[in-house]
Design a protein around this ligand. Structure first.
Ligand code: IPM
Ligand code: MN
Length: 375
């Protein structure tokens, strides 16, 4: 098979983790006899610095003509004071929209033996294996109108302190809720048959519609048990009993917040992968973001990016064996005790980004060479 990808390293630690994810991808491709074709393009702050556009046209074109996109991270403090459309994040949001990637899958998994990396007690986090299904193209992130007024617009020529007003709009249309709900139920059918839908239906109209539509779609999936939870209470349950969650279905903003929390719970955001699917081309990226404070130091955890490669193989190419091989390689390297700085206990010296990438690529080769037992 030809794995033709666009690679968007982006900002901060994005390029470091992406480099090693690509090496792992190359070693899986070699081991399983696939061809690769990678196009490297700019996004976010890197693109702003080069051409003053966080998502240049040639980046969009490359992505749309690939079978999948692998992204590192976007975000850089250098552009903190830019207007919204000239911020690195705007590039990522536009890319998600251009690709039509409405379904963001964020698994939070506690690898056996990693319980001690969690801030929670090991017996609480043990066995945690949830799939967060976050709606990615609606809600507050894209709703119109949106604005921040300046003092002149409020009728005075002199800026008046405290006079500005900012507006964002949470908006959901029924079909947007329907399609993401179906993704969650389909995933639940392949997992433990449970969906927890998270909303704020006691306060928000959007959430009341959300709850109604999700309840209606659930009738098509009689084998899946659906429950509803308000987002505040879901946040509490996540830390009280994370292992009870199977599929967590929620809207854009709640999903953004709860997925970082889930990352903290399983030990480090550095371990979390994501897939943004449902559109023409799938987009795969680690959840951790650009982490400018540790960029360039060679200490970033590449496992979130590497596990995103596994999701890419599974969801864009239906290469399940290859995906499992990457996941097992990560698991075995962690089992051998290797830990990047975000995971290492103070008494242990940390594995560098490069070394971690090399170990996983090597484990991929070994696992691919080992015949899998037939029963
Ligand atoms: C994420 C990030 C993005 C988001 C930012 C960078 C736009 O936090 O992927 O979770 O809020 O969706
Ligand atoms: Mn986020």
């Amino acid at each position: 098979m030809l794995l033709n990808l666009t690679i968007l390293p982006g900002d901060g630690i994005g390029p470091e983790v992406t480099e090693h994810a690509v090496l792992v991808l190359q070693s899986v491709a070699d081991a399983f006899g696939h061809q690769t074709d990678f196009q490297l393009k700019k996004i976010g702050g890197a693109a702003l610095a080069a051409v003053n556009d966080p998502l240049p046209p040639d980046t969009i074109e490359a992505c749309l003509s690939s079978s999948a996109v692998l992204l590192g991270a976007v975000g850089s403090p250098a552009f903190d004071h830019n207007p919204n459309h000239l911020r690195p994040e705007a590039g990522l949001l536009r890319l998600r929209r251009e690709l039509g990637a409405f379904a963001n899958l964020r698994p939070a998994f506690c690898f056996p033996g990693m319980e001690d990396s969690s801030p929670l007690r090991p017996e609480l986090v043990r066995g945690t294996d949830m799939m967060i299904v976050r709606e990615l193209l609606g809600g507050l992130y894209f709703g119109e109108p949106r604005s921040i007024s300046n003092a002149a617009e409020s009728g005075t020529s002199q800026p008046v302190a405290s006079s500005r007003v900012a507006v964002n709009t949470m908006r959901y249309a029924e079909p947007e809720i329907e399609r993401i709900a179906r993704v969650a139920f389909e995933l639940a059918m392949k997992r433990r048959h449970r969906v927890l839908s998270v909303d704020k239906a006691n306060v928000l109209e959007c959430s009341r519609l959300w709850r109604e539509v999700v309840t209606r779609i659930a009738r098509d999936y009689p084998d899946v048990k659906l429950t509803h939870q308000y987002v505040d209470s879901a946040a509490m349950l996540l830390v009280q009993r994370p292992a009870d969650f199977d599929v967590l279905l929620t809207e854009n903003m709640f999903g953004d917040i709860l997925s970082d929390q889930a990352g903290g719970i399983v030990g480090s955001l550095g371990l979390l992968a994501s897939a943004s699917i449902g559109g023409r081309v799938g987009l795969y990226e680690p959840v951790h973001g650009s982490a400018p404070d540790i960029a360039g130091k060679g200490i970033a955890n590449p496992l979130g990016a590497i596990l995103s490669v596994a999701m890419l193989l599974r969801h864009s190419f239906q290469l399940e064996r290859e995906a499992v091989c990457v996941e097992n390689a990560v698991s075995s390297v962690l089992n051998q005790g290797h830990r990047t700085a975000d995971l290492a206990p103070k008494t242990q010296s940390a594995t560098s980004t490069t070394e971690m990438g090399r170990l996983v690529a090597q484990a991929v080769k070994q696992l691919a060479a080992t015949p899998t037992p037939t029963n």
